[in-house]
Design a protein around this ligand. Structure first.
Ligand SMILES: [Zn+2]
Length: 435
């Protein structure tokens, strides 16, 4: 792990109380202005980068982007004239409260031997690692037994107590009783579960209401388990919820103005999740041609999480290796057919300290995306999924000043994104390791 860079946690909005001569008027001082000179700018929207761009930041937002241009007099200029500037990266599938999950033992140890406060401390550390790697926004997709600790981490970041990305969180995922670990312990023992067990249509609605009450931005449920290949060559699975239950989860979530992410690996689980009307399919290894068509038709986002699949496969063995190859083929078909692929890694499923989540970009290019497409899948496309298109994902006037820079050209070498040198979030510089 790289050491944490230069920190500027103090609010960038400098508020001064100015008392006028009459002694009755107060006003706020103008927000702090910073200009960045970028050698090359990938703004997240244009097909071609802009060379020698000037980005003017006022307070926590981008005020203007101009090719060439001169910084206004008296404004602090950050010189990144030898670097490529990009929008802050977005990962739409993470687990801040998890630290590696290759085997059942890894998982059980964390739930049985680590307290939730201890796990939350590590979660805050993981949020800092993610920001250090250039991820200024993340959707954290369940706490794996750590209850609502993701809401607390999000709150601490929002309040400026700890550094980390902007967060949308899913709190506790859902499965029916007995369909997610911890399992296999004596019935005499009360052991924690990695999810909230939810049964029946009424139970589903109540669980959604409860999670939203405690701060869930997203509802996540496990559509399937027990993935296996059958004679048709398709990756099948056992579906967890009845259609009525899954539909109740989705309907209630949408009624409360939130969205649903479904873990769905096998074709049966993906089909069930699409029938229920979810907003994003997580993993999706078993996507068939027909299911890909349905994703396109319904405008459902796909979050492939290739990094974790490739990482856990050698340790898990069995069909997991075959699933990596299967997902590669599905990715290529989905890309051709225009599925909205949004970058998600499942960080936490692999150790935050061991692997940079930006590796996911490398897989997308290896699997057939152009570097620009891969960058979009981790900037503008997830911004849409999160409902934050007006705030993150692109470098343009009005958006939050969330920016990263790399020294080389990521359009020539996508692995540059694994070596982020500069990170700004909301106008505050969190890392600046030179040009
Ligand atoms: Zn996950």
């Amino acid at each position: 792990m790289r050491r944490y860079g230069r920190v500027a946690l103090a609010g960038v909005l400098v508020v001064q109380l100015v008392i006028s001569t009459s002694g009755t008027q107060t006003k706020e001082a103008a927000p702090k202005k910073i200009a960045i000179r970028a050698g090359q700018l990938i703004d997240g929207k244009s097909d071609t980068p802009i060379t020698n761009a000037l980005i003017l930041i006022e307070g926590d937002k981008i005020a203007a982007v101009t090719p060439g241009g001169a910084a206004p007099a008296g404004v602090e200029v950050i010189d990144l004239s030898k670097a490529t500037l990009l929008p802050g990266l977005v990962d739409t599938h993470t687990h801040l409260l998890l630290n590696g999950d290759i085997t059942a033992d890894d998982y059980d140890t964390q739930l049985l031997k680590e307290s939730i406060p201890y796990r939350a401390v590590l979660g805050a550390r993981n949020a800092r690692i993610a920001l250090d790697h250039g991820f200024t926004t993340m959707r954290d997709l369940e706490t794996e037994g750590a209850m609502y600790a993701d809401v607390d981490i999000k709150t601490a970041i929002t309040n400026g107590e700890v550094p980390g990305p902007r967060m949308q969180v899913a709190t506790r995922a859902m499965t029916p009783t007995g369909m997610y670990p911890l399992l296999g312990y004596s019935w005499e023992l009360k052991v924690p579960t990695g999810v909230q067990y939810v049964d029946g249509v009424d139970g589903a609605r109540k669980a959604v209401r409860e999670q939203v009450m405690f701060g869930a931005d997203w509802i996540k449920y496990y559509s399937d388990r027990r993935y296996h290949f059958e004679a048709d060559g398709v990756l099948h699975s056992m579906v967890n919820f009845t259609d009525e239950e899954a539909k109740a989860i989705v309907e209630e979530t949408h009624r409360l103005g939130k969205k649903v992410a479904a873990h769905a690996i096998g074709s049966d689980g993906i089909a069930a999740a699409l029938r229920a009307g979810v907003d994003s399919i997580e993993h999706g290894d078993g996507l068939t041609d027909a299911l890909i068509d349905e994703l396109v038709k319904k405008g459902v986002y796909w979050v492939p999480t290739i990094t974790v699949g490739a990482y856990v496969a050698p340790g898990r063995g069995g069909d997991w290796t075959k699933m990596v190859d299967l997902e590669k083929a599905a990715f290529q078909k989905a890309l051709k057919k225009g599925v909205k692929i949004t970058l998600g890694t499942d960080a936490g499923g692999f150790d935050w300290k061991g692997l940079n989540q930006a590796k996911e970009f490398e897989y997308y290019v290896e699997y057939g995306m152009t570097p620009m497409q891969a960058i979009r899948s981790g900037t503008v496309v997830p911004a849409e999924l999160l409902g934050w298109s007006d705030k993150v994902g692109a470098i343009e006037a009005g958006k939050w000043a969330d920016l990263v820079a790399v020294s080389g050209d990521p359009l020539k070498d996508i692995t540059e994104l694994q070596r982020v040198k500069f990170v700004m979030k909301g106008g505050a510089v969190y890392k600046n390791e030179g040009k």
